[in-house]
Design a binder for this molecule. Structure first.
Ligand code: DC
Length: 231
């Protein structure tokens, strides 16, 4: 870990586009990327694959320690290995996201995963995407973004994303699941989903990906974390 590397946090609810934006911004700046949701999703898969009971806190905590989640070093390669198995597709399924959200509500699980997430802070910089990057994991980040979009827009985006990945999706179910997940993520006692006090809130409902990326890069430039705005 290098304490002097700058950090941009991008938090927001499911389907707000933060994953896509974080990846693009990290790629353009040549920075590292932390997809913290994938860590909670990896834990959910570890629990289900081991046949463990998700309500058994000690077993879940042991899995936080033992799971070996490996992201590809090549940003164009989206494959993710869990204990040596390629779980890239399963990781993105809605059932995995819902289970991740339930495990993420357990305070001791969140604490156990703090160091894992902070280890991604490396030079030349880190773009961290999640729910509590700006409030809890990296509270001193140089730039904090909170990305919103209407619930309908988010469900539609998620639907298109799943279809593109060849996964099955039902729009009405997605709307319901997104609403339930928002409710759970925003109302949990530990590190609930909310903008940090010093976050810049961007509503992306009417914005294209390129527009949001440009806005984030402009903000990064004006707060001094990058010398120039990459094209
Ligand atoms: O961003 P995502 O959909 O991949 O995240 C899956 C779930 O993980 C999300 O519903 C809540 C949880 N999560 C969290 O609690 N904190 C984070 N920093 C990232 C994800």
């Amino acid at each position: 870990m290098n304490d002097s590397s700058p950090i941009i946090t991008i938090d927001g609810p499911s389907g707000s586009g933060k994953g896509t934006i974080a990846k693009r911004v990290a790629g353009l700046l040549g920075w590292h990327l932390l997809d913290s949701g994938a860590i909670y999703r990896g834990l959910a898969l570890s629990v289900s694959k081991s046949g463990a009971d998700g309500d058994d806190e000690n077993t879940v905590l042991a899995l936080c320690e033992s799971m070996n989640l490996v992201f590809s070093a090549d940003s164009r390669d989206e494959s993710i290995l869990l204990n040596g198995e390629d779980v890239s597709q399963e990781l993105r399924a809605e059932t995995t996201g819902n289970m991740a959200s339930q495990l993420a509500a357990i305070g001791s699980v969140r604490s156990a995963l703090l160091d894992t997430q902070r280890r991604y802070r490396l030079l030349p910089g880190l773009v961290a995407d999640g729910r509590d990057m700006g409030t809890t994991v990296f509270p001193a980040a140089e730039l904090k973004i909170y990305l919103e979009a209407s619930a309908t827009e988010r469900a539609e985006r998620r639907y298109n994303q799943l279809k593109q990945k060849g996964l099955s999706a039902n729009l009405a179910n997605l709307k319901k699941e997104i609403a339930e997940r928002d409710e759970r993520d925003a109302n949990r006692a530990v590190s609930p989903l909310r903008p940090a006090d010093d976050a810049v809130v961007i509503d992306s409902t009417q914005m294209s990906i390129d527009e949001v990326v440009s806005r984030v890069l402009q903000l990064a430039h004006s707060c001094g974390v990058c010398d120039s705005i990459p094209d």
